[in-house]
Design a protein. Structure first.
Length: 96
């Protein structure tokens, strides 16, 4: 079995350092009160509808609490989110 070290003790492997930069966008999590949610189908319908909007990063639906948390890049478009929830068959009653 060989070693990566040369007879003089130096390493013979080519090591390349890779610098990675992670851009952290400004995100905003907004909690909305939504009425009419009762089951997993409700959760899926709202998640799919709101997730399709531009700028939406994540959607978390809490059926028991009647709340939907939407994380967006920057400020949310409340009117577009309300329309997406309405299109899914539910009613956004305001920010929680």
């Amino acid at each position: 079995m060989g070693s990566c070290c040369t007879p003089d003790g130096s390493c013979s492997t080519n090591t390349v350092e890779i610098s990675t930069a992670t851009a952290v966008a400004d995100t905003t999590a907004t909690v909305y009160a939504v009425s009419g949610m009762t089951c997993g189908h409700c959760k899926t319908a709202i998640t799919n509808s709101v997730s399709a909007l531009d700028g939406v990063i994540t959607v978390d639906v809490d059926i028991a609490a009647g709340r939907v948390t939407v994380t967006t890049g920057g400020e949310p478009d409340d009117a577009a989110i309300a329309a997406a929830i309405d299109d899914a068959g539910y009613e956004l009653t305001g920010r929680a």
